[in-house]
Design a protein around this ligand. Structure first.
Ligand code: LCS
Length: 393
């Protein structure tokens, strides 16, 4: 039976078909920068592609390949490219697919640096971008120009939790020969598979759900076809944002429990969202698992679950949010998300603080928005913690 025929949780354990020369049940850490050739001719053949042997860890490494092939299989892609961080994946995509005179259309509420790197750096090299609310398909259509090369989507978006119709956006982009890349970090392959919805590229900050234990940073890109894959792989190798084998090993280990971690975190998140929505000190809650979410129907259609990140604003705005963040005891006041531990943070002054205020507000990232990533602790403790901190306001 091929692992391709297995159900998702079984695939997490068996995808990638890593076969060790000594029969190791787990993927070993090949902690080496370089690999010996059998002969000068063998070395030359490895470089020309005639032979398949490993050459140098920035190019490829057995531990890293096991991770790449496993995640690519989970997302139904041609192959994967692991990177040193999620931002390594983002910049590899930009650099491989955009150039002098090209234009990109992107979700406006993306992770702050994914936008910052275009506005601060790629703009110096003649790359232009339009940031729009991609959950409104008309805004996407209006923003496309003759030189648009890439449609960059983040769904759910960080931190507004707005959802974009990946299938419809891919259809529109492909009619115009535009490639579609989806930041799938907030879902992980367990909850959303963008390539199945028509996208050309899916990518992740593996720092979040895929690894899930807040102990590494890493990224991965999965391409649907070989041509795009080769472009991205070559760029990553030349730019040098490869993942370290030890880091890759930890991600492989963390990824085995992706399904059961998300099931548990999501079960908690639904209860937290309902608790917040009913609380008298809360102004609004944005969570794809609540009927009040503006794209609730699309979330059900496109995702296999709402995930475990919640955005909300308190009636007292930022000042009330600060009291909450300073008084939680179970939730850790820290950036990042998608780990086993509950985290709370303030996007306007933290993850999205480098955005121009005007762009931030237009993207729906208000001054008082608090982002809460629900972990796998006991729900009674999470709710008790929130309740006692809200009491202090
Ligand atoms: N894409 C998304 C959606 C993210 O949330 C992040 C990081 C990245 C890409 C970049 O990944 P990294 O390089 O950090 O692995 N998001 C963070 C956040 O919301 N808080 O801290 C980091």
């Amino acid at each position: 039976m091929s692992s391709k025929d297995l159900k998702f949780n079984s695939k997490l354990i068996h995808a990638g078909h890593y076969e060790d020369q000594y029969g190791s049940a787990t993927v070993p850490i090949y902690q080496t920068s370089t690999f010996a050739f059998e002969s000068a001719d063998h070395g030359a053949k490895c470089f020309s592609g005639e032979s398949k042997g490993y050459i140098y860890t920035r190019i490829a490494n057995p531990t890293v390949r096991a991770l790449e092939q496993s995640i690519a299989e989970l997302e139904n892609g041609f192959d994967g490219i692991a990177t040193s961080s999620g931002m390594g994946a983002v910049t590899t995509i930009y650099m491989a697919l955009l150039g002098q005179g090209s234009h990109m259309v992107s979700t406006d509420a993306v992770y702050g640096p994914s936008r910052g790197v275009i506005e601060e750096h790629f703009s110096r090299f003649g790359v232009e971008a339009s940031y729009v609310n991609t959950s409104n398909i008309n805004e996407v259509i209006k923003a496309i120009k003759p030189n648009t090369k890439l449609l960059y989507l983040e769904s759910p978006a960080n931190p507004t939790m707005e959802i974009t119709d990946i299938k419809e956006c891919s259809r529109i982009a492909h009619e115009k020969g535009i490639l579609v890349a989806v930041d799938n970090t907030f879902c992980s392959p367990y909850l959303q598979r963008p390539l199945n919805l028509g996208a050309d590229i899916s990518f992740h900050s593996m720092t979040k759900y895929i690894n899930g234990h807040a102990d590494i940073v890493g990224g991965i890109i999965i391409a649907k076809d070989e041509t795009v894959y080769k472009k991205l792989r070559t760029l990553m190798i030349n730019m040098g944002c490869c993942i370290d084998p030890h880091q890759a090993y930890l991600v492989i280990r963390g990824s085995k429990t992706l399904g059961i971690r998300i099931d548990r975190a999501q079960e908690n998140a639904i209860k937290v969202a309902e608790f917040l929505e009913k609380h008298k000190k809360v102004e609004w809650v944005k969570y794809p698992g609540l009927k009040s979410h503006p794209q609730y129907e699309l979330a059900i259609k496109q995702m296999d679950g709402p995930g475990s990140v919640i955005s909300f604003e308190l009636k007292g705005g930022l000042e009330a949010g600060k009291i909450l963040m300073n008084n939680v005891k179970i939730a850790i006041l820290a950036v990042s998300l998608g780990g086993v531990e509950t985290l709370i943070q303030h996007p306007a002054s933290m993850t999205h603080s480098k955005m121009l205020k005007e762009s931030r507000i237009k993207a729906g990232i208000t001054d008082g928005l608090v982002r809460y990533s629900v972990g796998i602790e006991n729900i009674e403790d999470i709710i008790f913690d929130l309740d006692q901190a809200l009491e202090k306001i």
